[in-house]
Design a binder for this molecule. Structure first.
Ligand SMILES: *Cc1c(COP(=O)(O)O)cnc(C)c1O
Length: 486
């Protein structure tokens, strides 16, 4: 597509200004202005050209307004536009974070009530809305756990146990919080091996960090046994709740023996995920841990006035102010419009959708950890196709030719040639079938005409990119004629 930079014809304009009704100014002093603004290369385009340029650009990229996004461990669901409007409401969006409490009662009430709702959803009694992402929520949770151990004279506890299927942020945040990561093995079913956990939990255990359902999309069926082992050793249990999409209204971390968990509002609770933010990773915890939450927290005083409460602040703030209010508002609107029943239905739909796709694809791809129904996601292996010279990356690229985004690939690490698929609750059967049909068709191509897959994509505006170069040497302007397109 030709860029607007290609039609810089003089005389074209997209604006019409009213006649000047004030004295004409002398203009920009000589010496400060360029000789001829035409030389700057500013585009001169009509309104129609500008609109078409941007609409065309928007359709060259893949996005959730165009089709499903089956990225596993991401929950890329479609989010109602209504919530975007609410987040932009003047009275909320323009509040200065240093306003005195009594001038921002609406915002504080929303934060307070949202905190209560998140506690109800997770089965906990304390919450902070500050963390700006899941990873920061994990970091907050580990600091919370360390503060708790310290308060009991057990500051030597510095080991965080986690399974080998853990999301990469788990070891990263634990290490950043000055802890030592201790791996726990998964068994042949893809679940944490209780015997190995028992061997590794001990006097130095600060926490056991677990994603449940785990990154294979499997619910840790013996969860109460696991959390009891850790409590028995004096450690605490942290749930990585980034993927609450499987559990809403069905099961609560607080009831499974966990002491603290974070949520990803930008996955489960109506903020689009991806593109770099803003996100929000609130942390909820048990009454025992609540005194160690970062402050301020919103409290309601005896006169019914909401206050930003500061008392002890064990490890300082995690964010300059109180959290990403726009994201909190979207979550609040989502929870209230769905209601308790609606949230449960959303999780049930997420589970049914994932199981439907798993069933449709099971004949065509390997599934090394298939022990019956999955949760909100499942992980296939492309090993059968790899044996024919078609790698999982090729399958991901070929999906683009079918007008679909790829699933998460090569994660979790314990599955070779992994394809991690999460359809989410918001896709209907037509879109699920479109995805399944494409995957099945690609599996056939891998058997019969593998070059169709290994040469993909062929229908996209740019072909196969050098991904390492795209990361290290990112170029966001249109490639010049004869450029290499990376
Ligand atoms: C997405 C995710 C995270 C990290 O969340 P960010 O907001 O990207 O930092 C952590 N754990 C799991 C299991 C996730 O899926």
């Amino acid at each position: 597509m030709k860029s607007i930079f290609g039609f810089c014809s003089r005389g074209r304009t997209g604006v019409s200004l009213p006649a000047l009704d004030v004295p004409r100014s002398e203009g920009i002093p000589e010496g400060l202005s360029r000789e001829d603004d035409g030389n700057v290369g500013l585009p001169r385009a009509s309104e129609g050209q500008v609109v078409r340029h941007f609409v065309n650009l928007s359709t060259r990229n893949y996005h959730v307004d165009k089709g499903m996004y089956p990225l596993g461990s991401c929950t890329m669901k479609y989010n109602p536009k209504l919530h975007e409007n609410l987040a932009r409401m003047e009275g909320m969006a323009s509040v200065h974070p240093l306003c005195p409490d009594d001038q921002v009662q609406g915002t504080l009430e929303m934060m307070h009530h949202l905190g209560e709702l998140l506690c109800e959803i997770t089965g906990f009694s304390g919450v902070t809305l500050q963390p700006a992402a899941g990873a920061q929520g994990e970091y907050c949770g580990i600091l919370l756990i360390k503060s708790y151990h310290e308060s009991r004279g057990e500051s030597h506890r510095n080991e965080v146990l986690m399974p080998d299927s853990a999301h990469g942020t788990n070891p990263a945040t634990s290490t950043l919080a000055d802890c030592v990561v201790v791996g726990v093995e998964s068994n042949a079913q893809g679940l944490v091996d209780p015997e190995d956990l028992r061997r590794k939990a001990g006097p130095n255990t600060a926490a056991f960090m677990l994603t449940n359902p785990n990154t294979l999309g499997l619910f840790e069926s013996h969860i109460e046994e696991l959390t009891a082992i850790v409590h028995g050793a004096g450690g605490l249990n942290y749930m990585d709740g980034a993927n609450m999409n499987a559990l809403l209204g069905i099961a609560r971390p607080g009831d499974m023996g966990f002491d603290v968990c974070h949520l990803n509002l930008h996955k489960t609770f109506s903020t689009p995920h991806g593109g770099g933010g803003p996100g929000s990773g609130p942390v909820a915890c048990s009454a025992e841990l609540a005194p160690f939450l970062p402050e301020p927290v919103v409290r309601k005083d005896s006169r019914g006035v909401y206050r930003l409460h500061r008392e002890r602040d064990p490890f300082g703030r995690l964010l300059a102010f109180h959290g990403h209010i726009g994201v909190l508002l979207k979550a609040y609107a989502y929870i209230l419009t769905m209601g308790a029943e609606g949230l449960r239905e959303a999780s049930e739909a997420a589970l049914i959708n994932a199981n439907y796709l798993k069933a449709r694809l099971s004949e065509y791809f390997d599934n090394p950890f298939d022990n019956g129904p999955c949760m909100h996601e499942f992980v296939l292996s492309g090993e059968r196709q790899a044996a024919k010279g078609v790698k999982t990356l090729d399958i991901a690229k070929r999906l683009l030719d079918y007008g679909l985004h790829a699933p998460t690939v090569y994660f979790p690490l314990i599955v070779h040639e992994a394809l991690m698929i999460e359809p989410t609750d918001t896709e209907g059967i037509e879109e699920l079938d479109r995805f399944a049909d494409a995957m099945i068709s690609i599996a056939r191509e891998a058997e019969e005409k593998p070059h169709l897959v290994t040469d993909a994509p062929v229908n996209t505006p740019v072909l196969r990119l050098d991904e390492v170069k795209a990361v290290k040497d990112l170029c966001l302007v249109e490639p010049r004629e004869g450029g290499d397109g990376a």
